[in-house]
Write a protein that binds this ligand. Structure first.
Ligand SMILES: [Zn+2]
Length: 159
């Protein structure tokens, strides 16, 4: 189908045209938090030569793949925390962006260091850092571990 692979370039981030509205909605929402606003700026203005790519799915699959600098995101997958709180799909995107924009060398070291509560030191960094900051600003639940269960919602900013 012509245009199916069309992407929209946001500086150093490529977003598929089909995901553009979800990305913009999540970005506008998260940017009410200054830490998240800074993460988006770094993602779109990476200065170390990396170019990032966003892909979307409907499999509750949020992750960052450092081998090809791709962020996978399900824009309709919210998270129920282990304490019963709720987090929007947008907050999940912010979480993956924080993984992505950390320097590749430091992120690799942190991923290799295990953490009893957060699985890895990199998860601890992201969850206790930007994720918690944004959750407090936006009135979402704060996590105290790297767990939770996914559930489907109508928009990237629903929970
Ligand atoms: Zn993570």
């Amino acid at each position: 189908m012509p245009g199916a692979m069309h992407t929209i370039q946001h500086g150093t981030l490529a977003v598929p045209a089909s995901a553009e509205s979800a990305y913009e909605l999540a970005k506008a929402y998260l940017s009410r938090d200054r830490v998240e606003r800074h993460l988006f700026h770094r993602l779109e203005h990476e200065r170390d030569g990396r170019h990032f790519r966003l892909t979307t799915n409907h499999r509750n699959d949020d992750h960052f793949d450092p081998s090809d600098n791709t962020i996978a995101w399900d824009p309709y997958s919210a998270l129920r925390t282990t304490r019963g709180g709720r987090q929007s799909p947008a907050l999940g995107l912010g979480h993956e962006i924080d993984h992505a924009i950390e320097s590749a060398a430091r992120a690799e070291r942190l991923r290799d260091r295990s953490d009893t509560r957060y699985d890895t030191a990199d998860e601890r960094r992201v969850i206790r850092g930007s994720e918690t900051h944004a959750a407090r600003t936006l009135g979402e639940a704060v996590r105290h571990d790297h767990a939770g269960s996914a559930y489907h919602v109508a928009t990237p900013v629903s929970r």
